[in-house]
Unconditional design. Structure first.
Length: 425
């Protein structure tokens, strides 16, 4: 039987049935299945080696987005998130995209930038030329720090120098361009930046202060595009509404912040599930959105000649499939296995597809029915549980509140009491 991520009614299956499908799809071992079943998969001893002042661990719901077809390959996408409707929305958008061939993606090389700040320089432009003259010496020193990365085809490939004016005067900023291959690269880049500091100070005759990676990964970009049939979206009016919503975001930063947040709902959930740095990717995405001096959408939406909706995204994506928590966290390791990406570039491209799908789902919900209808229907069960409902009663109370259109904590408490009184009688 051909392996596919197109799974109808996945959300209707029991937990055991869903896990059985994932186990078969990703060829998980019995041990890996047992780890997924355990809410305490990350032991306190492990957590204590990962961060400081550990007092425990905090589980986050882990789901799987289905239906993703990216460059002709099927993916099940692990997502760790506490917000309802995100996983379902991504799955539905991916299902709609399949009708026209799914997502087409591409990406640049995995280049990260390490910045070295030199100050107290009398002639900054002379210093800039001196750094460029010493380029080969600087790159060699940088690459001497990580022979393994260099042996894999990565390492420091280039450098740039700029003079910037600040409230503290002119500064010379040297930027190392490092191909990080399958790791996010912070440790490698920071080590290289520190190692070349003596050379920078010597040739600039200045003092180096900061030497650190930049999270604006504008040289490490992932792109995705897809066609969404107008019939599957709900017709021409919905298509036009989505394009109008995009135009709103492109013109207004207050709307655009929420537009891009919707993209990151999906991206960040996958980043977290795989043990990558959510803060770095979020910072890079929003900084990239403002690179022109105006905060803009990370996606573009338009119509083709058939009236179908065409979406595309370009987003910096500093992630890895090796090193850090991606390897040390047991659930993160399993999630990378479920995702079945062979390298960081493939992972980055899948993430771009997820971001585009999530944006489409949010815009369609806003235009077609308002964001609250689907979101609050899924949220109703959480409110029921908070009110004290358990098991089937939680589902029943959620259903009643959705039908009434009264999805509130006070109503949930009333229904819990009603059910308890009936049970006593």
């Amino acid at each position: 039987m051909e392996r596919t991520s197109q799974i109808s009614g996945f959300y209707k299956l029991s937990y055991e049935e869903r896990l059985a499908i994932i186990k078969k799809f990703a060829n998980l071992t019995d041990e890996e299945e047992a780890i997924l079943k355990s809410s305490g998969a990350l032991k306190v001893e492990q957590a204590n080696r990962m961060i400081e002042n550990v007092i425990g661990v905090m589980p986050i719901p882990l789901g799987v987005a289905v239906n993703f077809l990216v460059n002709g390959k099927d993916y099940l996408v692990p997502m760790a998130i506490e917000e309802p409707s995100v996983v379902a929305a991504a799955s539905n958008a991916a299902r709609i995209a399949r009708a026209k061939g799914g997502f087409t993606t591409s990406s640049t090389e995995s280049i990260m930038i390490g910045q070295i700040q030199a100050v107290g320089i009398n002639d900054p432009f002379r210093a800039k030329m001196a750094v460029l003259k010493a380029k080969e010496e600087i790159l060699k020193k940088a690459n001497d720090q990580d022979p393994i990365l260099v042996s894999l085809g990565g390492g420091a490939k280039n450098l740039d120098v700029k003079v910037i004016d600040t409230i503290q005067g002119s500064m010379v900023i040297v930027e190392l361009h490092v191909d990080c291959k399958d790791v996010m690269g912070a440790n490698a880049v920071n080590t290289m930046a520190e190692a070349v500091t003596p050379i920078i100070e010597r040739v600039t005759e200045g003092k180096v202060h900061l030497r650190i990676i930049s999270n604006l990964a504008n040289l490490r970009l992932a792109r995705a595009s897809a066609v969404f049939p107008k019939e599957a979206l709900g017709g021409e009016e919905i298509v036009n509404g989505i394009i109008q919503a995009y135009a709103f975001a492109a013109a207004d930063p207050f709307r655009c912040a929420t537009h891009n947040k919707g993209i990151m709902n999906g991206v960040t959930a996958v980043i977290l599930a795989t043990g990558n740095d959510t803060r770095a990717v979020e910072a890079g995405a929003h900084a990239y959105a403002a690179r022109s001096g105006k905060y803009s959408p990370l996606t573009i939406w338009e119509k083709n000649k058939d009236g179908d909706l065409v979406g595309s995204i370009e987003i910096p994506m500093a992630v890895g499939v090796a090193g850090g928590a991606t390897r040390s966290h047991p659930i993160a390791r399993i999630n990378v296995k479920i995702l079945d990406v062979k390298n960081a570039k493939e992972f980055e491209e899948v993430l771009a597809a997820v971001g585009l799908a999530q944006n489409l789902a949010a815009l369609r919900a806003l235009v077609a029915e308002g964001i609250q209808k689907g979101h609050m229907a899924l949220h109703a069960r959480n409110i029921a549980v908070e009110a004290g409902a358990t098991g089937e009663s939680a589902d029943k109370i959620a259903e009643i509140m959705v039908k009434e259109g009264r999805i509130r904590a006070d109503r949930a408490k009333e229904l819990v009491e009603e059910i308890r009184e009936k049970a006593i009688k």
